[in-house]
Structure formats: C-alpha cells, structure tokens
Design a protein around this ligand. Sequence first.
Ligand SMILES: C[S@@+](CC[C@H](N)C(=O)[O-])C[C@H]1O[C@@H](n2cnc3c(N)ncnc32)[C@H](O)[C@@H]1O
Length: 107
Amino acid sequence: MVIEYVGQSIRQVRCKYQTMSPYLFRVDQDTIIDATKCGNLARFINHSCNPNCYAKVITVEAKKKIVIYSRQQIGINEEITYDYKFPIEDEKIPCLCGAENCRGTLN
Ligand SMILES: C[S@@+](CC[C@H](N)C(=O)[O-])C[C@H]1O[C@@H](n2cnc3c(N)ncnc32)[C@H](O)[C@@H]1O
C-alpha cells in the first residue's frame, strides 16, 4: 500500500463530479471522497495512462476507503501515478502523462 486517498465523504447522486473540483474521487454510484478542503498527499497524485500504482476501493469496518497500491517497484524521485479511469465525457481533459500508450485525454 502506498497511501490512502483521504478527504470528506460526501453523498453525490447526479452532477458530473469531475467538473466540480479536481480533488474528488468517486467511491461508488452515490459517494465521493472530496479532498478539496482536507486531504493528504494523495490528492496531488497525477493520472498516467501507464501508471506505477492503482487505486482500489476497500471496505474497513463497513466503511469504504480508497487506497493507492503500487503495481511495481517505485524508484526514489519517481513520480507516483495511477489511472484515474474517468468516465468518457464530451468535454475532454487533455492528458499530459507523456506515456507511449497515452490515450490523449483523461476522460
Ligand atoms: C487530484 S488532482 C492531481 C494533482 C494536481 N496536478 C495538482 O497539482 O494539484 C487532479 C487534476 O490534476 C490534473 N491532472 C492530473 N493528471 C493529469 C494528466 N496526466 N494530464 C493532465 N492533467 C492532469 C487534472 O486537472 C486533474 O483534474
């Protein structure tokens, strides 16, 4: 495990969450973790189409948490990244990850 994505757990049903704040992470259909006002270093992890980590929702004592795990050994000063897996939307966010297999957009 690398780090937990910490923030306020909020119920969210309909709005397009990505357009609200870049620090929102969807846990499931109804819930997002909002690291806009309070969070930890995980809120600064960027997306990559060829990431060295992945995000997983786990349940601890009936509470869902988002945890970032490494996919491989990570070197000193290597940027930590994971695939945001944003849903496809009409309004595209260009991806700047620079990976050979870059999909071009985050969403
Ligand atoms: C959780 S924040 C990541 C940290 C952010 N870069 C910062 O400096 O606070 C998510 C936002 O960072 C930007 N971002 C992250 N990865 C990116 C990528 N590969 N290409 C372009 N923008 C990216 C997007 O604006 C995205 O909505």
